[in-house]
Design a protein around this ligand. Structure first.
Ligand code: SF4
Ligand code: SF4
Length: 311
């Protein structure tokens, strides 16, 4: 089983539409398992129309809770908390009361250990949900982190582990991961252990800068990177700049995908650009984009450096 993660230094580069197109191409001859690792804003399902198989809670961490019937009002917890998550809440029968602000609590348990009356407990907190679903291209594992919750990296790791197990059980040839944008913790989680990263870049000034950042991340984690320049014809000079940048670093540019409004039209209809080109209206058939992506997939397959059956 080979693991490919699609990343970009920022959102809006067309990363998800590229991954969906690769899933369409790959599923013709290979068995796939898919992952949407953008747990803060998952959108691969908009194209793949997942039909749910299973749904699970994600426990993101623990929160402190004060049992007022045990609390003596000593205030030690207030002084122990470095995150200002404990607040005075008036008095009850002359005894000071304290409450935990769940949005500020980091779950460090300092208050739990400090409390002389054993009035504080640490309770698991459901911070999101993760899902296993059927799609026309293979099983999809995806997740949703609740608003205001942290630990997105932990949820990405969980989703990837589950997907890897499923991929092994199913004898999948490829695990295709739609990574989160940026270079933060969830991106690192999506990237770690991958055999290959496909970096989707746009030909803009910011796009080159973002590519540089995400490439530094994949290099740091020793994941081989290939580059796809999306909407490459919108700024040929910047595209050439990306080509030179990649050549200087020995990074192969495997795709130069032209702009076509059919990509958006296809996604609105819940189709990949390849499906749209096969069945869509001829006036905006997206065939040049579909053809370039098909060539890119053929270039990527032999460049995946190793297999991860043992990981
Ligand atoms: S440390 Fe314990 S007993 Fe003291 S105020 Fe906090 S919860 Fe109450
Ligand atoms: S668990 Fe840590 S952050 Fe939360 S209230 Fe206690 S001391 Fe503060």
């Amino acid at each position: 089983m080979k693991e490919i993660v699609v990343l970009s230094g920022k959102g809006g580069t067309g990363k998800t539409s590229v991954l969906a197109a690769l899933a369409h191409l790959g599923a013709r001859e290979q068995r796939l398992v898919l992952v949407d690792a953008d747990v803060d804003a998952a959108n691969l399902g908009l194209v793949l129309a997942p039909a749910g198989l299973a749904e699970h809670d994600f426990v993101g961490g623990k929160l402190a809770k004060i049992a007022s019937d045990r609390c003596t009002g000593c205030g030690d917890c207030l002084r122990a908390c470095r995150f200002e998550a404990i607040r005075a809440a008036g008095k009850e029968d002359g005894v000071p009361r304290y409450v935990v602000d769940p949005l500020a609590c980091e779950g460090c348990a300092a208050c739990f250990h400090r409390c002389p009356a054993a009035a504080i407990s640490m309770r698991e907190q459901v911070a999101g949900r993760w899902f296993v679903a059927n799609t026309r291209f293979g099983t999809l594992v995806h997740a949703h982190l609740f608003a205001g919750q942290e630990n997105s990296g932990k949820l990405v790791m969980l989703v990837k582990q589950q997907a890897r197990e499923l991929a092994r059980e199913q004898g999948a040839d490829y695990l295709l991961v739609d990574g989160p944008p940026g270079i933060g913790c969830p991106v690192i989680a999506a990237c770690s252990g991958a055999d290959l990263a496909l970096l989707v870049a746009e030909p803009t000034v910011a796009g080159i800068h973002d590519l540089e950042r995400i490439l530094a991340t994949t290099e740091h984690f020793r994941v081989r990177a290939l580059v796809c320049i999306n909407k490459s014809d919108l700024n040929s000079a910047r595209s050439r700049e990306i080509e030179r940048f990649c050549a200087d670093r020995g990074v192969v540019v495997v795709g130069r995908v032209p702009f076509d409004s059919a990509v958006t039209a296809a996604m609105v209809q819940g189709l990949t650009i390849g499906e749209w080109a096969e069945h869509g209206p001829p006036a905006a058939d997206g065939s040049a984009v579909a053809s370039e992506l098909a060539q890119m997939w053929r270039k990527i397959e032999p460049l995946v450096p190793r297999q991860t059956d043992s990981t």
